[in-house]
Design a protein around this ligand. Structure first.
Ligand code: CIZ
Ligand code: SF4
Length: 301
């Protein structure tokens, strides 16, 4: 039996589902039950009657799935698949910042640990960050926006207000430089440039459209353009090509590959199902508090 069949068989036996983030390897996308962004996948998984969720992504994403499905077993096939941006802030660091700004509302990007989310008022994704900020500003003056300084800067420019920020960023998106976009544009003058808001401001300023991964997928689907330059993690290109076989995609740079996302492969998915490893464990109290920040976001968006 080949590895794909072994995975499918075990999945049935264990009543498991496989989730793959948009940045995963092509073979991981192809075996998954659902491909998407971290929140969408976690919400979809919560609605299923699966007993086991195999999350092919990074640690904070599997934690998000666990927070929304506390009674399911959530597995991350590689224990070391973390997100360097999420790891740039911990609860102690956040609490110290909050102590300096006691009247501020804390808004955290979904790329944070469960423990950090537990200390936040609201969560946001890159799709709804602007909406969340606009909502909070109706009743509050100060916002602590963590941990991504580039996403914070992008939203801040749109609302014309300054936030209290953290020195966090995504090392993979930060590899993309303006010259990558300028060169790609020169090579492909008909192409539209889509950039993720985790990119440096010099990149988002050059883009035709700034969007989260899911928004990029729907934009490409609905837009009449045929060619696109993609300024985000390169894994998404497999999905874009699969869903739009008549369109052409160019990565802004091949360097935008997240090493943590690429840790997961078919062997590790198989082992994960065989041994039910590595199980995500978060205390009930932390899960309940972190879920509050997510639920408050869902009420607004
Ligand atoms: O939340 C996600 O899945 C991330 C990190 C990116 C995105 O834009 O979907
Ligand atoms: Fe974290 Fe960036 Fe990798 Fe996403 S692409 S998991 S933000 S390091």
């Amino acid at each position: 039996m080949d590895i794909t069949d072994q995975i499918k068989k075990l999945k049935k036996e264990k009543n498991a589902i496989i989730l793959a983030h948009n940045y995963q390897l092509p073979e991981v996308h192809d075996i998954a039950d659902f491909v998407g962004d971290s929140l969408g996948l976690s919400m979809t998984a919560a609605k299923t009657d699966a007993d086991v969720i195999v999350f092919c992504g990074v640690h904070f994403m599997a934690e998000t799935a666990k927070i929304l499905s506390p009674d399911k077993i959530v597995l991350l096939p590689d224990k070391k698949a973390g997100c360097p941006m999420a790891d740039m802030i911990d609860a102690e660091g956040l609490q110290a910042l909050q102590a300096q700004h006691p009247h501020a509302v804390t808004l955290c990007y979904v790329n944070t640990s469960a423990n950090v989310k537990a200390h936040c008022d609201y969560c946001c994704t890159s799709s709804n960050a602007l909406k969340m900020v606009q909502h909070i500003l109706k009743s509050h003056e100060e916002i602590i926006f963590i941990p991504d300084k580039y996403l914070a800067q992008y939203v801040s420019a749109q609302v014309g207000r300054k936030f209290i920020t953290w020195e966090g960023f995504c090392p993979t998106h930060a590899r993309l430089l303006p010259e990558n976009i300028l060169q790609a544009r020169e090579l492909h003058p008909q192409a539209k440039v889509l950039a993720h808001p985790e990119c440096r401001p010099e990149i988002t300023a050059l883009a035709d459209m700034v969007a989260s991964t899911e928004k990029m997928c729907s934009f490409v689907h609905n837009d009449p353009a045929v060619e696109f330059i993609i300024a985000t993690e390169i894994g998404i290109i497999h999905r874009l090509k699969k869903e739009n076989p008549e369109k052409i995609f160019y990565p802004a740079s091949d360097k935008a590959a997240c090493p943590n996302m690429k840790r997961i492969n078919l062997e590790k998915i198989l082992w994960s199902l065989q041994d039910l490893e590595y199980e995500i464990k978060v205390s009930r109290d932390t899960m309940d508090k972190a879920r509050r920040a997510i639920e408050r976001m869902l009420q607004i968006t």
